[in-house]
Design a protein around this ligand. Structure first.
Ligand code: PAF
Length: 279
């Protein structure tokens, strides 16, 4: 596995492979990798000849009060995990390499999608994500890129980016991996204390109850959302949203619609967790 801190170095390694007709997959990450990332990388390996993973904590997608400074930088452990998952090239640029000039040009996703839900609680987040992902796509020029479905709205923003900018990249969603108790794997789970970790499964429980209700044909979406919010609040969480939405565009569904997703974000102590379940 080769580790490339520079754009030129990565391109010099990938250009000959591309010239030989190799299909290249990209898995973008911010590092601090867990088994969920590894499964995306393994999935990428089934879709391409060469798997490139990027590791870059992208300042543009963090608000000033968020956890950019304390986000764990664990490149050595990440490299061991990526090698085991079949990654052959790691792109791990410094901030000065990826943003040698202030990144004043931004990719602003459609507010109809990007200002909802996560975007409402994290203004500018999806602009930061779309900007860095567009840049990574230009640098790596993959034929396929894999993103986790845990970041459901992010995956939709990326799909829209590729579609509307006519980028020749197939976007694949990887299933969410869960701990034995159901907690979705996330880098931010590492912020939880032992007591919070024991409690954190309640987010999945709230979503599961909502999914069960929808599966039985219950279409009182507002009450289902309210029940989930109350469940979390009663247990000391500060939920930001629990919403039943259409899978197609994350808008509110009408009662007869199928293909729904329940999306949620909630704070447990100071840790913000997100999760979703498709129905
Ligand atoms: O999901 C993430 O880890 C990040 O948002 C991404 C896609 C790597 C962009 O920085």
């Amino acid at each position: 596995m080769q580790i490339h801190p520079t754009i030129d170095g990565l391109r010099a390694a990938l250009d000959p492979l591309r010239a030989q007709g190799a299909r290249i997959a990209l898995v973008p990450t911010m590092g601090n990798l867990h088994e969920g990332h590894a499964s995306l990388m393994r999935q990428a390996g089934t879709l391409a000849d060469v798997v490139v993973a990027s590791v870059f904590v992208n300042r543009l997608q963090f608000a000033p009060h968020e956890d950019f400074d304390r986000y764990p930088r664990t490149l050595d452990a990440d490299c061991a995990r990526m090698q085991a998952a079949g990654v052959s090239h790691v792109f791990a640029p410094s901030e000065g390499e990826l943003y040698p000039q202030p990144q004043t040009l931004r990719v602003v996703p459609d507010p109809m999608l990007a200002d909802l839900l996560e975007g409402a609680f994290r203004p500018g987040f999806f602009t930061g994500v779309a900007t860095v992902v567009a840049k990574l796509f230009n640098i790596v020029q993959p034929q396929v890129a894999v993103f986790g479905k845990k970041d459901y709205q992010q995956l939709m923003v990326i799909r829209q980016l590729v579609r509307q900018m006519a980028l020749p990249i197939e976007i694949v969603g990887g299933e969410t991996l869960r701990a034995d108790d159901g907690l979705a794997l996330s880098s931010r789970n590492g912020y939880l204390s032992a007591a919070e970790r024991a409690q954190s499964v309640q987010l999945y429980q709230a979503l599961s109850a909502a999914r069960d209700a929808l599966r039985t044909g219950d279409r009182e979406f507002a009450r289902i959302e309210h029940d989930a919010l109350s469940f979390l609040e009663a247990r000391g969480w500060s939920p930001q949203y629990v919403a039943v939405r259409r899978q197609a565009d994350l808008q509110s569904p009408s009662a007869h619609e199928s293909s729904l997703v329940i999306v949620a974000a909630a704070l447990l102590g100071t840790t913000r967790l997100i999760d979703n379940l498709e129905v």
